[in-house]
Write a protein that binds this ligand. Sequence first.
Ligand code: NOJ
Length: 737
Amino acid sequence: MTSATREEIDQRVAELLQQMTLEEKIGQLALIQGAGGHVSHDVAESVRSGRIGAVLNEVDPGTNRELQRIAREESRLGIPLLIGRDVIHGFKTVFPIPLGQAATWHPELVEHGAHVSAIEATATGVNWTFAPMLDIGRDPRWGRVAECLGEDPHLASVLGAAMVHGFQGENLAEPGRIAACAKHFAGYGASESGRDYNTTNIPEGELRNVHLPPFRAALNAGAATVMTSFSDLNGVPATANALLLRTILREEWGFDGFVVSDWDSVRQLAVHGLTADDRDSAYEAASAGCDMEMASTTYAEHLASLVHEGRITPAHVDAMTANVLRVKFRLGLFDATDEEVTLPEALNVEHLRAAYEAAAESVVLLKNSDALLPLNPAALRSVAVIGPLADDAHEQLGTWIFDGDTGATRTILPSIRLAVGPECTVHHARALETSRSRNHDGFAEAVAAAEQSEVAILVLGEESILSGEAHCRADIGLPGAQDALIDAIAATGTPIVLIVMAGRALALESVVDKVQAILYAWHPGTMGGPAIADLLMGVVSPSGRLPVTMPRVLGQIPIYHAHKNTGKPVTPASFTYIDHIQPRAHQVSVGNTSFHLDVDPSPLYPFGYGLTYSTVVYDTITVSASTVPMDGTVTIAAEVVNTGAREVSEVAQLYLRDLVGSVTRPVRELKGFTKVRLLPGERRTVHFVLSADDLAFVGRDGQRRAEPGHFHAWIGGDANATLRTEFSLVASATSLH
Ligand code: NOJ
């Protein structure tokens, strides 16, 4: 399958445009909901007459074949359809939620998962997914953090690009590939108070330094389409935001795919109060650079008359249409042959294996007192498996699993049974009907199960409906009576392994001391059960790392590793806890530094954190030069040693601090990471090569560039890494020393 060049495609687009009427062009800008498993008269007529260019949420293969046949054979110009679907973390085979995939810190694994999803989706005729979601997730109240790739621009950039490659490959026209959609452009993650669809106010420098890099990386990886965000950005909703859609996306980045609105977000411009009516909304969105309208129909209703009135030029509509057609050509839709291509079946052994590996690498071991884990199945004679999420085929799949096959789900309970074998008695108690239940009726059975067991495995957290779009929480503790359940089980004295399934980082300070071990499993997908059982039994060693900072309590939010220093940073000596303040203390007696009186200022667990069943030590950090010219590179290296007795996969992370900037810089920024396998006793050197571009940021003058000055660099296993070196970046070439 050869890919057409940009020139060849532009030529074909231009020829097609010449033959199209204004109505047919506007038709290419319409994305409407399918009828759901059949070709309705209305949809067929719209396709036939060229009034629809794209359909979403139709996954019946026969229906999609028929829709494409009508488009190709019965519409005047035979323009095929885009068929879009939210293929977010798998199709039939469900992978961990994106936040869980981010916890793998393993781009190849993430890429492979997206490829598997694309293969399964294309079998239904879907040729376009609304993924990856690249919003920066720094507020776990926001339900959509489940869909994002974490809090960090670098991690999200690398993994987002990997997803794009996985969906699209090198050539979109290849069988088993689908067009990706980088969403939601942009700033959605900053929705105030973590409430979905809420307003965002983001200074342009912050927007460019924090929120936009993952989009840039996804487009560099070839993402064919971009979706606007629902949110209002600095007073102009993203769907009508020309700074985003025209200046940045087209003029600065040279994007030549198309921009689609989010569901109804063109019509919602009036609800935001930016426009008076649908006609104005169509005008604002189209002129700002939103090419295709999802769900609402303001373009279909008003674009033609806006052109006739001269408010929108015919050339502008041509450009919008060309953007869409270019993607259709890239997908090879015009060149489809009848040749049968056999792709692997959904849910085949290899796909399940991929989902297993992703699940196994996504789980983060947060605590393991007295090396409780791994359990030894040969010696274990009794185990309690407790909790509403231990054996629930639906809940472990997470949000956005429209096509996921719950029949294929492998849950934890049977996987543990299999792992421990017949010599070990497994006492099971659901304890709570759902993760939200407040009723204690099931506690007695759970307590009895724990009392009869050597170890209690509690599978708690959030059911899938508590995260995802429009599912935000104002309290991010364990819901319902789960805290009380932990207390009841802890009172038995049986050691507890807490497995948390959740769509976000929960605030768990109140429970960490009551349990001996914690495995944070996000929503691990189809193969979560076997993956977690193997982690529990030590068949594999945990290698997941936190893609977000874990708060102790809700009030710390937002808490993220790349924060600014402030003029009065807290130090251990300057922190005063509320209980230690003397009655009638003098105003300044607690010191004037930046902290809350009622919580330790550190996170519960830092970004990048995760334990293994071995011990890993970093030493001997080196820098290739203490003075680095702007046009040069600097290599920072360290030795990483597995000092324990088990093989591990360690995620070596590079953090940097730019000490002085024309605008203040974060105390640490992630600049590189690599996952390395180490045998017991093995020592390896990890290298990170940085150029000035890696050090660049948008400064006070609005320009993105690296600024000369001094940098600190750390290599280690999380954002608290202590092994440090330093170097200076100098404006002109000087000799290295
Ligand atoms: C709304 C969501 O915000 C977006 O992420 C999704 O792709 C579309 N609906 C289509 O379902």
